[in-house]
Design a protein around this ligand. Structure first.
Ligand SMILES: [Zn+2]
Length: 302
């Protein structure tokens, strides 16, 4: 296992559970404690990692009623739901629940060597459409539907008093953004909405604790992808050829740079017809990301 996940205080009784280095399936969670309850924003990919998260929640909020929030359907954020037991309510956007049910445990097939444990899919028990407020004693957590952005249905969790924002994978500080299953243009719109909240602290779906500068970095990358996609189309290149001949510059230092291939496919689809987040051949495009990596499967340290 890579470096130990750690629970980092970001406000009074508010924590970010950070799993270094934030690469494939090493997601972050949030823990918000108040009244007799605790909100856990996203779980983890494997049973072992979710059990460690649950132990950390037990340590800072013993005996509390648990409300899980799933920011989107991806397994690294949701497979650990069942570890919190049937007594935990699981809240998500209605579309996220549908996507989770449709996708099931498919992610485990992508990295068969990962020790997933006996993952049980636990679907959201409470769904919402636009906004929802969770109350923990005096504390308030707002669930806001943004996007389509990273997926068709993304939720961010906003603590207005503490000005702490959990973004899910709409923002990935220090990591390569990934919009293959979402949209470039929609992500840019979502970033504007998040910026307007004016958070003091931003916890992305992966990567270290950040601030508002993470919005600017994400926007700059996505606009670069849009320009690169258009230039590649103009030169008659495929998405993979465009990625291979691109100068990644500083973006090469972000985790998982091969995501560029998926991001270019998405940007090109949007150039064609302007439609956001329409289904693409995800499995085929993952294969191209492997080709970009010289035939090596992307590294997943979960
Ligand atoms: Zn994701």
């Amino acid at each position: 296992m890579s470096e130990e996940p750690r629970l980092t205080p970001v406000a009074d009784n508010v924590y970010a559970w950070i799993q270094p280095d934030g690469g494939w399936c090493l997601n972050n969670s949030g823990v918000v404690v108040g009244g007799d309850g605790a909100i856990v924003v996203d779980t983890a990919a494997t049973v072992a990692r979710a059990e460690r998260l649950r132990a950390q929640v037990d340590a800072v909020a013993p005996g509390s009623a648990r409300t899980l929030v799933n920011t989107h359907f991806h397994g690294d954020h949701t497979f650990g739901n069942a570890v919190f037991g049937p007594e935990a309510a699981i809240v998500a956007h209605a579309g996220t629940r549908e996507e989770m049910a449709a996708t099931g445990l498919a992610l485990t097939g992508l990295w068969p060597d990962v020790e997933w444990g006996s993952v049980q899919l636990a679907l959201p028990t409470v769904t919402y459409e636009e906004r929802m407020t969770l109350h923990l004693g005096e504390r308030r957590a707002e669930l806001i539907h943004v996007g389509p952005a990273h997926t068709r249905n993304d939720t961010v969790v906003w603590l207005p008093e503490e000005r702490v924002l959990f973004t899910g994978d709409v923002v990935l500080p220090g990591c390569t953004p990934f919009v293959l299953m979402g949209t470039v243009a929609g992500s840019l719109r979502a970033l504007d909405e998040l910026r307007a909240l004016d958070p003091r602290t931003v916890i992305g779906g992966h990567g270290p604790v950040a601030g508002g500068e993470a919005f600017d970095a994400t926007e700059a990358y996505l606009r670069w992808v849009q320009d690169l996609a258009a230039a590649g189309v103009a030169r008659g290149l495929t998405a993979l050829e465009t990625a291979r001949t691109a100068d990644l510059g500083a973006y090469a230092a972000l985790t998982d740079p091969e995501r560029l291939v998926g991001n270019l496919h998405r940007a090109r689809a949007e150039l064609e017809d302007g439609e956001l987040a329409r289904p693409l051949d995800v499995a085929g495009i993952f294969q191209e990301m492997v080709e970009f990596n010289g035939g090596q499967l992307m590294t997943c340290r979960a």
